[in-house]
Design a binder for this molecule. Structure first.
Ligand code: ZN
Length: 103
């Protein structure tokens, strides 16, 4: 008889795995497209599956990790919050005032 609790499963993939590339769909409205760099994707066949479960009254975690391609490291491609704040604070100023040049 199994009296252990139901398992909790968490599944993750590499952010640069080409398997998830097709999952994002572009908005057909070109006015809503953002001008940003695209991220490189790789055939890294990744997965990270974590299963949490009580087995024989002991909390256990099963971790299954696979990543087959030693590709370049992920780099954030969004504008950092402090830079967005700086832009918002200075958006009505002239280039001369923002850069601090008095020439
Ligand atoms: Zn990867």
């Amino acid at each position: 008889m199994n009296v252990d609790a139901q398992a909790l499963e968490f599944q993750y993939m590499c952010a640069q795995d080409e398997q998830i590339k097709g999952a994002s769909h572009k908005n057909v409205d070109t006015s809503k497209h953002h001008d940003r760099r695209s991220m490189a994707f790789f055939n890294c066949e990744s997965h990270l599956n974590i299963t949490i479960q009580v087995v024989h009254h002991i909390l256990t975690a099963k971790i299954d990790l696979k990543h087959t391609n030693n590709h370049v490291l992920y780099q954030a491609i969004t504008v950092p919050a402090d830079i967005l704040d700086y832009i918002e604070l200075n958006r009505t100023k002239s280039m001369k005032d923002v850069c601090g040049h008095n020439t």
